[in-house]
Design a protein around this ligand. Structure first.
Ligand code: HPA
Length: 263
């Protein structure tokens, strides 16, 4: 049974560290998804690179519904996602790991629900605590075990992309309480919640956001910073697997009590 999946963001395109990897194509009502399935220390793990194998899918065109439905169909109950982020605060520096605990949604054109009325019904999904506290706890323990500093908590501003932000937008996000900025956590985290899947984002700060420091932003600096930190990110996620218990006491699945599990 595959209980946990990793969704690799920018810079994380292969299931490296997993053994006995096989590739499958999972068919969903939203499209087919290539999923790698392998093992780490005997624990079965599924892996999807969010942007495709060679960063060929921009953030606003990711088929979030197909990816999350594919994992749900495979029986996945926990998702650990990586995300390259810009930092709005000097205390979150490039190279730092942060576990997002809240988001501000500034996306514009994404299909963000499985429940579109009709037979699927209408669901107003609780999002009070969007990122699973237990999965975050597992990543914190992994950080302690490996001696890697992991900041537990940060508000992730999700923009539509694919462009970076203006300095004025970043100033506004900062005034609203945003601490990190990226382009992919929404609707991924919301769709996982709609299917009762616990979800955590391991954000890797790759740059100071627009206008926080002087100069322009480039995708290559984001990739370069990810390259430097990818091994640590992978080891954090793999070490956290053993701390993810089967019986969780978080509220993430409670949404399903009201509406019934999606079949
Ligand atoms: N803005 C949006 N997305 C990002 C950034 C950024 O500064 N850095 C990495 N992903």
């Amino acid at each position: 049974m595959i209980r946990t999946a990793i969704i690799g963001g920018t810079g994380v395109y292969d299931p490296c560290l997993l053994e006995d990897v096989k590739e499958i194509i999972e068919k969903t009502p939203y499209g087919n998804v290539a999923v790698s399935i392998g093992k780490y220390a005997g624990i079965e793990v599924a892996f999807i690179p969010r942007h495709g194998l060679e960063h060929s899918i921009p953030p606003h065109l990711i088929n979030f519904r197909a990816n999350i439905m594919a994992l749900h169909q495979l029986g996945v109950k926990n998702i650990l996602a990586t995300a390259a982020v810009g930092s709005l605060h000097f205390e979150f520096k490039p190279g730092q790991f942060v576990l997002a605990d809240q988001f501000l949604d500034f996306t514009k054109s994404r299909q963000n629900t499985f429940y579109e009325g009709g037979e699927a019904g209408v669901v107003h999904c609780d999002m009070t605590v969007p990122y699973c506290p237990e999965l975050r706890g597992a990543l914190v323990k992994a950080g302690e075990e490996r001696g890697i500093r992991v900041q537990n908590g940060g508000t992730y501003v999700c923009t539509e992309g694919p462009r970076f932000e203006t300095a004025a937008e970043i100033m506004m996000f900062k005034q609203l309480g945003g601490q990190l900025v990226g382009m992919t956590s929404v609707p991924e985290v919301c769709l996982a919640r709609e299917l009762g899947i616990c979800y955590a984002t391991l954000a890797i700060v790759t740059n100071f956001a627009a206008g926080i420091t002087a100069g322009i932003l480039t995708h290559s600096e984001v990739l370069e910073l990810m390259k430097q930190n990818i091994a640590l990110a992978r080891s954090l996620m793999m070490s956290s697997l053993k701390y993810i218990s089967e019986e969780k006491s978080c509220d993430c699945r409670k949404i399903l009590d009201e509406h019934g599990a999606m079949q």
